[in-house]
Design a protein around this ligand. Structure first.
Ligand code: NAP
Length: 332
């Protein structure tokens, strides 16, 4: 197939299959360093390319979008698009794609890994073994909390929240959910119960797992008041975006013992600096934003992002477009 003439900029060399696929259709430039291109580079590339394939830490703000002379599509390798100014893109006629439908199972696996790690002290125990402190059989310093049979509260019951609920069934857990929209079908299928009041869910749950997107409404959705409702033996798991949880309030709850522990795949800021107060606590497990990162899922995310670009630049329907109305604003 001949190349369509457009140029595509890929901000990291992470999924070679996606870069190869794009290369069959377009002239592709890949940012070499394994870190986000500086804003000036993004602006330059937005002004000369038809498509950008971006990562969660690439800030595609209104300034970048305004520079877009011939840009038609920004395809994020991920589901969350809080790094992209979608309204600005829509006004400018730039379509924004993401990758739903393929990462929820890997994210739900990882959410359970974090839940189990936090409750059963897996990471702390491993550190002790590695440090040479396994000198006799003595489980007592490692006595943790059961996960099976407990109550799980899910905040944001979308694709990932529902995949977490399915796993919780296997653990014999009672599952409550708080979400913008009630999901009667999921209630029937998974036996989950809708709790329309977030504080009520926080009060009832032994484990709270956050799965809302980061928006103006959800920034700090788990704050001091919500954390204050949690049981002293309860755990908070966050695999959504760092700012959905108020970090200072979480530190206070963890250090003051008003909750038992937390496991965070996402933090505010990212990366979390070594001198962040959360780093000093023994009852928090932190991973570097890797919930969907199995080899298979990373590849599928990259390929879906590439297909979003190919469709947008060749006039086909995008596998996932968040602002199809942008196409109407493209006459410029
Ligand atoms: P999703 O299918 O869109 O589900 C999000 C859910 O949150 C929806 O049920 C939505 O309600 C609900 N929600 C949105 N705003 C809300 C509000 N103000 N109050 C209460 N509920 C609200 O998304 P997903 O695939 O499950 O992913 C969720 C988020 O996880 C992503 O946006 C992303 O930020 C994060 N994520 C992180 C990683 C990672 O690497 N750690 C990987 C993938 C995703 P409706 O049903 O009404 O829309």
């Amino acid at each position: 197939m001949g190349k369509a003439g457009a140029k595509v900029f890929v901000t990291r060399r992470r999924v070679p299959e996606a870069i190869d696929l794009l290369g069959r259709h377009f002239d592709v430039e890949v940012w070499g360093p394994n870190s986000p291109p500086p804003r000036g580079v993004l602006i330059e590339k937005a002004s000369e390319c038809g498509g950008l394939l971006t990562e969660a830490d690439d800030k595609v703000d209104a300034g970048v979008i305004e520079a877009a002379a011939s840009l038609k599509v920004v395809a994020n390798r991920g589901v969350g698009v809080d790094n992209i100014d979608v309204p600005a893109a829509t006004r400018r006629g730039v379509m924004v794609g993401n990758t739903p439908g393929i990462l929820q199972e890997s994210c739900a696996d990882f959410t359970f890994a974090l839940m189990l790690a936090a409750a059963r002290g897996v990471v702390r125990a491993d550190r002790q073994v590695q440090a040479g402190n396994w000198t006799r059989f003595d489980p007592m310093p490692y006595v943790g909390h059961d996960v099976h049979g407990k109550t799980l509260g899910i905040v944001g019951f979308g694709a990932i929240g529902e995949a977490v609920a399915r796993r919780a069934q296997g653990f014999g857990m009672t599952v409550l959910y708080y979400s913008r929209t009630r999901k009667p079908q999921a209630e029937d299928t998974h036996g989950v119960r809708w709790v329309p009041d977030l504080k009520e869910l926080m009060r009832a749950a032994d484990f709270v797992s956050v799965h809302v997107p980061l928006t103006g409404e959800t920034r700090g959705i788990v704050g001091a008041a919500e954390l204050a409702e949690m049981k002293p033996h309860a755990f908070l798991i966050n695999t959504s975006r760092g700012p959905t949880v108020d970090s200072k309030a979480l530190y206070d709850a963890l250090s003051g013992g008003s909750i038992a522990g937390a496991a965070l795949d996402v933090t505010d800021p990212e990366p979390l600096p070594l001198d962040d107060p959360l780093m000093t606590l023994p009852n928090v497990v932190i991973t570097p934003h890797i919930a969907p990162a199995s080899g298979t899922t990373i590849t599928r995310m990259g390929l879906m992002a590439a297909r979003n670009i190919i469709a947008a630049l060749t006039g086909g329907p995008m596998p996932s477009c968040l602002n199809p109305e942008a196409a109407a604003g493209r006459a410029r």
